[in-house]
Write a protein that binds this ligand. Structure first.
Ligand code: ADP
Length: 620
């Protein structure tokens, strides 16, 4: 029994090759036998005809020899007769050794007998010639010898005729055998073709069947059905392959079972953690369908996980604001954690919406985790702080005004002359008072904006007049410090929709800072121009500059650059207020700076901006 696939295939091929060899050999043998048969038959007939023809020739010459004997020369006649008699017998032997046809032997026997008779007649002729003379011998020749001569000749013709018929029969037989062998070979070929075809189909099916099964099972494994076993029927290479496949799937299945167990434990653990998070948490797929909700979320939005699973986020939680944040995060593929929303239920809640992407091994986003971090308490604290600052600042304002007024009155002499020392003290009080007033004003401004209570008065304004107004306030101070202020405003600028007072406030702050951080001989440049439907304005100085890591931070509250001259320091609030104002105008502000070279503060606001929110949320 052949076990290997290689052996089986070799066997099939050997069978086919053997079949071809058998057909080939059979054909060659057939053709050979046929040609031999034709050859034999034809040649033997031909040999007989040939021998008879030579016998006939010799016999006719003997007849002539008899005539020569009678009429011409006795000696020559006898010699010729004897010579041709030998020739005749030579060919007779050939003919009698080559009997092929029925009746040929009998005819040859007759010829032999008659020829003996004829030879005896020639001896008698000699006697008649010697005893009775020429005429009698001629008469003997005509009446006795001639009939015998004709008889023998006829017998010979008959043999020739027999062989001619034999030749024709041989030809017919050969034709018949040719046809027979042709049909035989055809039949054999047809059988071989059919046999080969059937062997091929049978073995191909036998070999391919297990391979087909194997392929199907492998495909099934590919899609995750690891518990696949093949019924092994062969012991060849396919059998070995199937055994290995069975071992592999068995192991995979075992691994799946153990990995699945571990995975389930881990999943349950993660699920328990997620469920116990005290903030609302939602897991979505990339089509925003709900995959998971935690208990807090169910409670807060009054929904049940099993009822909203696989449903669109908005079907479960009808909050467009949260959905917009989620979809923005998904579209930009960026994590989101700085959007604060307000949800009004029985009470007011503030949530920081934190959106995190779930990514697969190829970093493709496959889902989203939305955590609503409750910042209501922080918000309340912030509000309390803002209210407090606002109240304190407000309470500070009136006494500060009286202090400043009193100081000014004393300094301008309306309350009597002051000596040098008193003047110095009052000057210091005035300077510190101005500083304090600025701080109070800044704090008030900021707390109003943050509380969203400030109503911006938007109207079309000329930026030239805003800048002029602002610059005017610093002319004396700048001259005093020997710093030049240059304005480079594009001509014919259109009016821009803005709160005149707030934008003046912005310029005041920026110019005041520029002056603060420059020294004698430095320059300040104020530029304004229009580009892409936006107004760009910048305040540039050639002062001390700001370190790179502070250039963004200085817009936050209470941030001041470390290491700068303490005398020059202010409150650290100004730029925070400036940023709030610019943001509220739908614009942006940024700073570019190089240490010891100078700083440029640039902002851009849209030419017309109507949407001024009075519901602005701090930090949002
Ligand atoms: P302050 O009242 O302290 O000036 P700001 O918010 O206006 O508060 O500015 C914050 C900080 O930014 C300043 O304390 C200062 O360190 C830095 N700063 C602002 N403008 C400039 C400038 N033109 N050159 C250098 N530093 C500056």
């Amino acid at each position: 029994m052949i076990k290997t696939l290689k052996g089986k295939i070799t066997l099939v091929y050997t069978c086919l090759v053997l079949m071809i060899a058998v057909i080939g050999t059979a054909s060659v043998l057939n053709l050979y036998t046929l040609s031999k048969a034709i050859d034999g038959l034809m040649v033997n007939n031909y040999k007989s005809i040939n021998a008879i023809s030579y016998m006939l020739e010799a016999f006719e010459r003997q007849d002539s020899a008899a005539l020569i004997y009678i009429n011409v020369d006795v000696q020559k006649g006898i010699a010729l007769f004897t010579q041709n008699g030998n020739e005749f017998m030579k060919w007779y032997v050939v003919a009698s050794n080559n009997i092929t046809e029925l009746g040929e032997e009998e005819l040859l026997d007759d010829i032999n007998k008659d020829y003996m008779e004829y030879s005896t007649l020639f001896s008698k002729l000699q006697e008649v010639r010697n005893k009775e003379g020429l005429d009698k011998s001629a008469y003997f020749y005509d009446t006795v010898m001639m009939p015998e001569f004709v008889k023998i000749k006829n017998e010979m013709r008959e043999i020739t005729h027999l062989n001619e018929i034999g030749m024709f029969n041989s030809k017919d037989d050969a034709t018949k055998s040719t046809h027979d062998s042709m049909y035989g070979i055809l039949m054999l070929s047809a059988l071989a073709v059919m046999g080969g075809f059937m062997i091929s189909i049978h073995f191909t099916k036998r070999f391919m069947e297990p391979l087909d099964t194997l392929t199907k099972r492998i495909k099934s494994v590919k899609v995750g059905n690891w518990n696949q076993q093949i019924n092994i029927v062969t012991r060849d290479e396919i059998g070995d392959l199937s055994t290995e496949f069975n071992n592999m799937t068995k192991r995979l299945h075992q691994y799946e079972q153990s990995a699945l167990g571990k995975l389930m434990t881990e999943k349950n653990k993660s699920l328990a953690i997620v469920k116990s998070i005290p903030e609302p948490l939602i897991v979505l797929d990339t089509a925003y369908r709900i995959i998971l909700l935690n208990d807090t979320c169910e409670m807060f939005f009054d929904i049940q996980e099993e009822k909203v699973l696989k449903k669109h986020f908005l079907e479960a939680i009808r909050n467009g604001e949260i959905f917009e944040i989620i979809s923005d995060a998904y579209e930009s593929k960026l994590e989101m954690n700085d959007k604060i929303i307000r949800i009004e239920q029985k009470e007011e809640f503030y949530f920081n919406v934190i959106v995190t992407m779930i990514r697969d091994a190829e970093s493709r986003v496959t889902g989203l985790i939305v955590l609503l971090k409750n910042v209501t308490q922080l918000k309340q604290l912030e509000k309390a702080r803002t209210d407090f600052v606002s109240t304190i600042s407000h309470e500070f304002k009136t006494p500060m005004t009286s202090i400043m007024m009193g100081t000014s009155m004393m300094l301008d002499g309306s309350m009597g002359d002051l000596n040098e020392e008193q003047r110095d003290v009052l000057d210091t009080i005035k300077e510190d008072g101005e500083q304090l007033t600025k701080l109070v004003n800044d704090l008030l401004e900021l707390s109003r904006i943050e509380a969203g209570k400030f109503v911006f008065n938007m109207e079309p304004c000329s930026i030239n007049s805003v800048i002029d107004n602002s610059v005017k306030q610093f002319t004396i101070q700048a001259a005093h410090k020997n710093v030049s202020i240059n304005t480079r405003i594009e001509e014919n600028l259109p009016k821009v929709s803005m709160d005149h007072e707030r934008i003046t406030w912005v310029f005041n702050n920026l110019i005041s800072n520029a002056l603060k951080y420059t020294s004698s001989g430095d320059e300040i440049f104020i530029d304004a121009f229009i580009k892409d439907e936006k107004m760009y304005a910048s305040v540039k100085d050639t002062g001390i500059g700001i370190p790179e890591d502070f250039q963004e931070k200085i817009f936050d509250k209470y941030v001041q650059v470390k290491g700068q001259d303490l005398e020059a320091r202010g409150t650290g609030i100004g730029l925070a207020v400036v940023k709030e104002i610019i943001n509220t105008h739908g614009g942006e502000i940024w700073c570019e700076s190089k240490l010891d070279t100078g700083s440029t503060f640039t902002f851009k606001i849209p030419l017309s901006f109507a949407e001024v929110s009075d519901e602005k949320s701090f930090g949002g």
